[in-house]
Design a protein around this ligand. Structure first.
Ligand code: DX5
Ligand code: ZN
Length: 220
């Protein structure tokens, strides 16, 4: 599968957003990862509805909206998204997961289900016909700058194998959390093909965003 980069804009310097988006465009990143947090599903707030609207208005890059919010099925219409965008909802955030994924599809976006490190892959079994991607959280969601939960590397491998063996070769695997240059290589080998790049890679401070994106492309 084609390897794709999705920089986590929550990790950007908010005073330089327009510059960052121009660099994303010039470097041809495939998505912009937008972390939305409600302070209840995760103990943090980050980017919201107006931010997503502004991004849609000012950038042509497809969005990869990561909803870390409870009961997302009741809130999808708060957000602007459509054709070509990924919208991920957490398995752990709703009793109505299939309803949430169907609603995303009705709105012409691509449904993705996110699973926390402790959530077993098998919990996805009955929504695989309804989704285009699985977001394997490689840290516990809520904050940037955390350390990799090591067991998730094996989880990526087992998931890729499970999907390929059961006729779901088309379902993409995205990884999110401490996707450093080193970890990205391991995750890519394990079977991930979309990489949320944050503070430990494209936004790490010792090199420019442009150079870091180029380096990231070379390691996946
Ligand atoms: C964490 C978010 C991630 C985060 C990644 O809950 O979902 O997208 O921004 O940050 P790093 O790459 O620093 O772990
Ligand atoms: Zn995220």
């Amino acid at each position: 599968m084609i390897k794709k980069i999705s920089p986590s804009i929550m990790c950007a310097d908010y005073m330089d957003l327009r510059k960052h988006i121009d660099i994303f465009t010039n470097c041809g990143v495939e998505y912009i990862h937008v972390d939305v947090m409600d302070g209840s599903f995760v103990p943090n707030y980050t980017l919201g509805t107006d931010f997503v609207k502004a991004l849609k208005k000012n950038s042509k890059i497809p969005l990869d909206i990561h909803l870390m919010i409870n009961n997302p099925e009741n809130k999808l219409d708060w957000f602007e998204f459509g054709e070509g965008d990924y919208v991920s909802v957490h398995y752990e955030s709703t009793k109505h997961l299939q309803k949430a994924t169907a609603m995303i599809k009705e709105r012409r976006a691509k449904p993705m289900v996110a699973i926390n490190p402790a959530t077993p892959i098998i919990m996805l079994e009955n929504v695989l016909d309804d989704i285009d991607g699985v977001l394997v959280m490689t840290v516990n969601p809520g904050f940037a700058g955390q350390k990799l939960v090591k067991s998730t590397l094996k989880k990526i491998e087992v998931l890729r194998e499970y999907l390929d063996k059961n006729g779901y070769e088309h379902i993409e695997i995205e990884v999110d959390g401490n996707v450093s240059f080193e970890n990205a290589t391991l995750m890519s080998t394990a079977g991930a093909n979309i990489f949320v790049a944050g503070t430990s890679s494209v936004f790490e401070k010792s090199n420019s965003l442009e150079d870091n994106i180029k380096k990231f492309r070379s390691v996946i």
